[in-house]
Design a protein around this ligand. Structure first.
Ligand SMILES: Cc1cc2nc3c(=O)[nH]c(=O)nc-3n(C[C@H](O)[C@H](O)[C@H](O)COP(=O)(O)OP(=O)(O)OC[C@H]3O[C@@H](n4cnc5c(N)ncnc54)[C@H](O)[C@@H]3O)c2cc1C
Length: 394
């Protein structure tokens, strides 16, 4: 049920979309395969939201947020998704910015928050390494302190958008304590630092989203440390809570479901009772997930002691998104199968990057979403976190 104030708010949003969300941006939104849309569309949409003052609805108003209620933020996200707005490259907006607001120094907030809001700075995340993924405490990329700087050497892997970002946040080993979690330090690094190189990795769908990053004696000023030396683990844990809470927003799952439903009608499959029943069943699950999200994040971000909510939202959202993508691929049916046989789903092979056909796109989306239950912490790890906190003695 929508109230009169919901309607007034939605009219405001629609008026803005009418003028700012142009057909080319909507097309880029519809064609999104990975964790963000095509980067130029992201930049344009980011700049338009920033100019309107709507780029960071979940941030506290004092730091550039909109001051909207939880319901308004929810309605806004939903409108963005249902109108095919580009999915932003948003590590700064969703993860680092909120962390700096809570844990950064005044100088770091003054230096970094503005460029995150304006879109001038794009941030990538340097956590995983060849020997450290689920077991993140195994991080071995080393930062050795010399006076007022750390010298970083080693490697990070699976770094989404390292080729697009101008800055990286990450955790680095500064000491070898008895507990591996003690001895990690959270640093902010400029991507154009001498000694830093980025090497592309293509994913299963042929997309270039992530990379391996190499550090050869990269100098990082001590002022770029967030939190205390050797205490990067608590910074990383808090950042992951913030990131997981909006890793798979319900709005994006709703959009995927709507596209699957549209395709069902366009393909003349309305009389396929099995497909319709499964679509209806997913619709109920998406409704429930929306309510879960709405009820779980009244302030737009999880509380510092709330260990369960971020993992629950990440787990439910990413698995539901995959189920929707699976059904969308089945609906696309023959076209997707043909694409698989001809391997034309490999985006890199398409002339001039022109749009994939619907079946091939459904296949590519399904393949891309395989990663959703791995990145930001695999489903097994989220179940483990939830179980440990539910079973913990009060
Ligand atoms: C598309 C994509 C983008 C990514 N982007 C980034 C990024 O920008 N920055 C970054 O730092 N990292 C990024 N990652 C890396 C991601 O965080 C790791 O892949 C993830 O944490 C899993 O680590 P791993 O790949 O080393 O797998 P492993 O840790 O080797 O795990 C392999 C499997 O074993 C299971 N497993 C491991 N340990 C346990 C356990 N204790 N109990 C039960 N099961 C277990 C896992 O759940 C998983 O299914 C990205 C990954 C992907 C796929």
């Amino acid at each position: 049920m929508r109230s009169a104030s919901d309607e007034a708010f939605l009219a405001l949003v629609s008026a803005f979309f009418e003028e700012a969300l142009t057909p080319d941006l909507r097309q880029a939104g519809r064609q999104t395969l990975g964790v963000h849309s095509q980067i130029e569309a992201c930049r344009i949409w980011h700049a338009r939201l920033f100019a309107r003052g709507w780029i960071a609805p979940a941030w506290p108003a004092a730091w550039g947020g909109t001051g909207w209620s939880a319901r308004q933020r929810f309605l806004f996200d939903r409108q963005c998704a249902l109108n095919d707005a580009p999915v932003l490259f948003a590590g700064g907006l969703r993860s680092l910015g909120p962390l700096l607001i809570e844990q950064g120094s005044d100088a770091q907030r003054a230096r970094y928050l503005g460029p995150i809001l304006s879109g001038k700075d794009l941030w990538c995340q340097g956590f995983s390494e060849p020997g450290a993924g689920s077991d993140l405490a195994a991080v071995s990329c080393r930062a050795v302190r010399h006076g007022e700087a750390y010298h970083v050497s080693g490697t990070k892997i699976w770094t989404t958008g390292a080729h697009l970002a101008n800055r990286m946040f990450g955790i680095f080993r500064t000491a070898d304590g008895e507990r591996r979690q003690h001895g990690l330090t959270f640093l902010l690094i400029d991507m154009d630092s001498p000694g830093l190189t980025v090497s592309p990795i293509l994913d299963l769908a042929g997309q270039h989203d992530f990379n391996q990053v190499f550090f050869d004696d990269v100098v990082v000023p001590v002022d770029n440390r967030v939190g205390a030396e050797h205490d990067g683990w608590s910074m990383a844990k808090r950042l992951m809570q913030l990131a997981r809470a909006n890793n798979t927003p319900a709005a994006l799952v709703r959009r995927a479901l709507r596209h699957a439903g549209d395709r069902l009608s366009r393909a003349g499959l309305d009389r396929d009772l099995d497909l319709r029943r499964r679509l209806a069943s997913l619709a109920v699950d998406v409704d429930a997930f929306e309510q879960l999200e709405l009820a779980s994040l009244p302030s737009g971000r999880p509380g510092p002691h709330d260990q369960i909510v971020p993992s629950m939202l990440k787990l439910v959202g990413s698995e539901l998104h995959q189920r929707v993508a699976e059904l969308a691929m089945e609906i696309a049916g023959d076209a997707a199968a043909a694409a698989a046989l001809g391997a034309s789903y490999v985006a890199a092979e398409l002339p001039g990057g022109e749009a994939l056909d619907a079946g091939a796109r459904a296949m590519a989306r399904r393949l891309s979403l395989r990663a959703a239950t791995i990145y930001s912490g695999a489903s097994e790890m989220q179940r483990d976190i939830i179980a440990r906190h539910l079973l913990a003695k009060p």
